[in-house]
Write a protein that binds this ligand. Structure first.
Ligand SMILES: [Zn+2]
Length: 456
């Protein structure tokens, strides 16, 4: 509605009230009205309309969803049991309005549906849809995660007709001046959307409980930045020894002579680091290998123990960073970065070499993946699943101070079965201690939708 200049507030209010009244009194037509005994075959659509409109009336009174003996199917037959269910579902609406439910004559299970019963039921529905002068009401409620009733969704989009609101940290939405038949629809990133028809006649408190779908972090796991294990993290790196020149596939596509170094850790373990000669002279190669040793010394021991060797290369034409689990070897494309900064990505590549071969195909891991029913990130599917899930577990369990509360909740609610699996393995996670809880705490989850900026 657009107001011309000069309109007074009172006139605007009158026009708005008229709009609302018109919306409320606009009854949808019934298919085949009336149904004529002996002429109109009773069809599934007749029952679907009745159920839909009773559901909307019930939702408008805050009544729970009704169960019908057998919801009619578009092609399936219709059964009189549905009519019995509809009659009792509508009776609750009458009782909620302080009225005695109407009676409809004889309705027996297994008998054909009578046209008179159907027409009477329709009239009884329309009677409850016909409002006293429409009183604009408030429809409000919360958007809740189905796995945890204390977790609300922040940034969910709730639509009512052509209006919409975005929930904030309290997970609440609210629409004022609503009456009559409306459709409410909820859309939240990472969750299955929902819509409900509601016949609004009074203020309503209507929560939506959404099931998780897809990933905790659409567009990848940017929300769980792992950069905290960069330069200043504790490292178990102990020293480095020049192992001379070696023939090696570094990069894999171009075997040749590399600078090789042994890196030692304070627990007595060691790995070797090959440096592509294109990255610099011997002194430069040693500097790179030392940085790599420090980075390796910052990832949990269970991963480091599986990394037999690292290749630092200069070939950006292929996949830049990757792992060969069978050889326990990781390849990093180094230009533009410092090897000392590679600890975060080593959580991912290290999982490929150290854990994929032993865990990704076990029945227990597969069962956990199936039970979770989704993934931690869009990238974390198929062969990337464990390599994306392990860092998430490491973060919430071993470094909880480095993850936002909402992101931690998202991890805990998205992959609880994978987390339990990893928890049960007894991995050597030194030098880290388990300081984070896997309990879900009340609060919001930021339901990130594609294209949204990070909420911080
Ligand atoms: Zn990967």
């Amino acid at each position: 509605m657009v107001l011309a200049p000069g309109w007074k507030r009172a006139a605007a209010a009158t026009a708005l009230a008229a709009c609302i009244a018109a919306a409320a009194s606009a009854q949808q037509p019934w298919t085949d009205d009336p149904v004529v005994a002996g002429q109109t075959p009773i069809r599934a659509v007749h029952l679907q309309e009745i159920i839909q409109r009773i559901d909307a009336l019930r939702a408008g009174r805050g009544l729970p969803e009704a169960t019908y003996a057998d919801r009619p199917r578009p092609r399936g037959g219709v059964r009189a049991d549905v009519i019995s269910g509809a009659i009792s579902a509508l009776a609750a609406v009458y009782r909620a309005d302080g009225l005695a439910p109407p009676t409809y004559g004889r309705v027996a299970s297994g008998e054909p549906i009578r046209a008179a019963t159907l027409n009477a039921l329709r009239a009884a529905i329309v009677d409850r849809e016909r409002l006293p002068p429409a009183r604009p009401s408030t429809v409000a409620g919360r958007i809740i995660d189905a796995r945890h009733e204390q977790v609300v969704l922040w940034n969910a989009r709730v639509e009512l007709g052509d209006r919409h609101v975005i929930t904030r940290r309290d997970g609440r939405y609210r629409f004022d001046r609503v009456s009559g038949p409306v459709t409410l629809a909820v859309d939240a990133g990472g969750y299955v959307g929902q819509s409900r028809q509601v016949f609004v006649q009074r203020d309503l408190d209507l929560d939506f409980v959404l099931q998780r779908e897809g990933t905790a972090f659409p567009e990848g796991s940017g929300a769980m930045s792992l950069t905290f294990i960069d330069n200043d993290g504790t490292t178990l790196f102990d020293g480095i020894t020049d192992a001379g020149q070696a023939q090696a596939d570094c990069p894999a596509s171009r075997p040749g002579t590399v600078h090789r170094f042994d890196v030692r850790f304070i627990d007595g373990r060691s790995s070797f680091v090959d440096v592509d000669p294109e990255l610099g002279d011997h002194a430069e190669a040693m500097r790179h290998a030392t940085g790599m040793g420090r980075a390796l010394g910052r990832v949990p021991t269970v991963l480091r123990a599986g990394v037999q060797s690292v290749c630092l290369h200069n070939d950006g034409t292929e996949a830049a960073n990757f792992a060969y689990p069978a050889a326990g070897r990781i390849y990093y494309y180094l230009p533009g970065r410092d090897a000392n900064d590679l600890a975060p990505i080593t959580l991912h590549e290290g999982t490929h070499v150290a854990l994929d071969p032993h865990h990704r195909h076990t029945p227990e891991w597969r069962a956990a993946v199936g039970a979770d029913g989704n993934h931690i990130s869009d990238y974390g599917t198929g062969s990337e699943d464990l390599a994306e899930s392990f860092p998430a577990w490491f973060l919430v369990r071993y470094n909880p101070e480095h993850i936002a509360d909402w992101a931690k909740r998202a991890v805990l609610l998205t992959i609880p079965n994978r987390l339990a699996y990893l928890e049960a393995q007894g991995f050597d996670m030194s030098p880290y201690a388990p300081t984070g809880s896997l309990m879900v705490t009340p609060g919001p989850i930021y339901a990130k939708r594609r294209g949204d900026p990070q909420p911080f």
